[in-house]
Every structure is written in structure tokens, then in C-alpha cells.
Ligand binder design. Sequence first.
Ligand SMILES: NC(=O)c1ccc[n+]([C@@H]2O[C@H](COP(=O)([O-])OP(=O)(O)OC[C@H]3O[C@@H](n4cnc5c(N)ncnc54)[C@H](OP(=O)(O)O)[C@@H]3O)[C@@H](O)[C@H]2O)c1
Length: 321
Amino acid sequence: MTTNPFMKAARFHQYGGADVIRYEDAPVPEVTEDEVLIKVAATSFNPFDAKLRSGAFQAFLPIELPFTPSVNVSGTVVKVGDSVTTFREGDNVFAYLDVTRNGAAAEYVVSKAVHIAHAPKTFDLHESAAVPSVALTAWQALFDYGNLQSGQRVLITAAAGGVGTLAVQLAKWKGAYVIGTASGKSFSMLEQLGIDEIIDYKKQSVAEALKSKVDVIFNLSPAGKEELNSLLQLLNEGGTFISAVSPADENMAKELGVKAVRLNSHPDAEKLTQIAELLDAGLLKPIITERTGLSELAEVHQKFDDGKVSGRVLIIVDGVK
Ligand SMILES: NC(=O)c1ccc[n+]([C@@H]2O[C@H](COP(=O)([O-])OP(=O)(O)OC[C@H]3O[C@@H](n4cnc5c(N)ncnc54)[C@H](OP(=O)(O)O)[C@@H]3O)[C@@H](O)[C@H]2O)c1
């Protein structure tokens, strides 16, 4: 445990562009009785972090400024609150953190013990930070909302993104037939993940390309209202449409005899424990396209704002880049 009351953090004091992020000293956070203090090994960039920083969510997601972003963490527990029995100092952990609290773009972060899970045993601890929010979003969409079963057909739009690549792998692990939308540059990566069919969204509409209807649709694409309505019609009766982005028309869904839900992913330590087992078993892997250090976080946010981030950016915090 550090004796220095200060740590390095990449945080913002006001909403705005990427340049509001400052790499600076901040107080090491205190733990209360049901919390743990984690020495951060790595975090990963999530599009949500940039939207939060921009102020886009301030009307409904209040945060206290200055704020440290980054909802994903991997690291080592260095202090536990008095009532915590599930973790001990020295345990390696990973988590999808509470989005309204200071995040992992810092040397230390505090989390409720109920939100964290033991990290995978053999899978790399740093790379584990690329997994929690995207894998939990995919899990919650496909299994909790979509109730995806072996042998069913699932369509995943924006299959090549951070969430999509985990969704493809989880759906294949479940034994589903997986169709994804992506552009040509992502085809070989998706084929390596075992996807069954790919529709090039730059060349064809899904409605034109899909050979038969599907049981579950997981939408991660920036599709507008008309496109969402056309996707709804591609579901078998009784099927489920889950959108992590814009919601589909619920009345239209009812008329078609399908279910339409808007997903809001959330921390879930129990599922994350199962995800750790899949990582250790080699059945799941994050697609990491870039590695950088904590002091470069503002540049990562800027690249995202410029539309130049593709795949997961891993941010190494403890210096072992
Ligand atoms: N509601 C929630 O709880 C929740 C949770 C997590 C994420 N999300 C949202 O879900 C979306 C995806 O997240 P992510 O982290 O996976 O994003 P990401 O990693 O930034 O996704 C980028 C991918 O989107 C693909 N793409 C872009 N336009 C597309 C289109 N018109 N059709 C199909 N694919 C397209 C690109 O594919 P190619 O490279 O193949 O061109 C790119 O690889 C974001 O909007 C994010 O905010 C919501």
C-alpha cells in the first residue's frame, strides 16, 4: 500500500473536448467498509468515457468534478474495508466500475467489493482490463435479455467493435449461428473469431443480404429509425431485438409479435467471474488494437472524437507497457 497520499490521475475539471483531460496529482481515494482499494495495472478506453467527458450525459448522469474517467480496470487489491470478506490484499481483480464514481484512469481506484471479480488466473492481467464492460454488455444483451440458445440464429450489427467482437465469441460459445455486419477491413478478424456469416454494411442492406430470419438481434450500430424498423422485420415471431444504441419502435415490435428492448449495461461480478473462466479457457479474447500509457489518455480521447479509434485501446497504468 502506498504511503504517499497523492497519485497520478488523468482527470477533467470541466466538461468539454479531449483537452480538458489533465494528467496530474490527485488524492489517493479512501475506502469505506464495503469497498476495496485497487492498485491499477491497466484500464481500457470505452466510447462511454468520452461521451461522459463531453457532458452529453450530464442531465441524467450526475458526476462530481473533478472526475476521473475509465470504467474498466484490472489490478491488485491493496486495501479492503472492514466488512469485505470476499477479497484480500494481494488479490488480482478486474471490474466494470460504477460509471458515476471516479474511474480507473489513475494509479488507484476504489470500488464496492460487490462490483469486482477475481481476475483470470492465466490470462494476462493487463489485457484483462480490455474485457469487463464490453463482455458484460454482450453477455447481458445476448443471454439476460435475448435468452439466446444453442442452435438459434443471432444477428449482431457492428460486430467488429469492442462489444461486437465479444458478442460474436459469446454467441459462438453458446452454440448459436452468428451473423454480423462489418466493413471489409474487419472480415478476416471476425472469421478468426468463428463468425458464420458477415454482411458488409457499406455495400448491402441487411434486409437484402439476410437469407432467413433470426431469433435475436443485438444492435450496436448507429442505425437510424428507418433502419431499426427494417431490422425488426427480420426477427422470427417471438424473437428479441436488443439495442445498445437507439431504441427500436416498441409498438411496431408488438405488431410484429417480437420484443424490443433498450440495453443499459451494468456491473455484474458474478457474470464477470464466469467471463474470467472463459478467458482462462481460451474461449474468449479481447481484440486489442493499441496500447498506450495513462499520461496519453487525452490523446486517446481526441483520436476517438476524430473517429480514429478502432477496436480496444489498452491503457497501461503501472508502467509495464
Ligand atoms: N447501452 C449500453 O449499455 C452500451 C454499452 C456499451 C456500448 N454501447 C454502445 O454500443 C455501440 C458500440 O460500442 P463499441 O464499444 O462496440 O463501439 P466501437 O468499438 O467503437 O465500434 C466500432 C465499430 O462499429 C462498426 N460500425 C460503424 N458504423 C457501422 C454501421 N453503420 N454498421 C455496422 N457497423 C458499424 C465499425 O465496424 P468496421 O470496423 O467493420 O467498419 C467499428 O469496428 C456504441 O454506440 C456504444 O456507445 C452501449
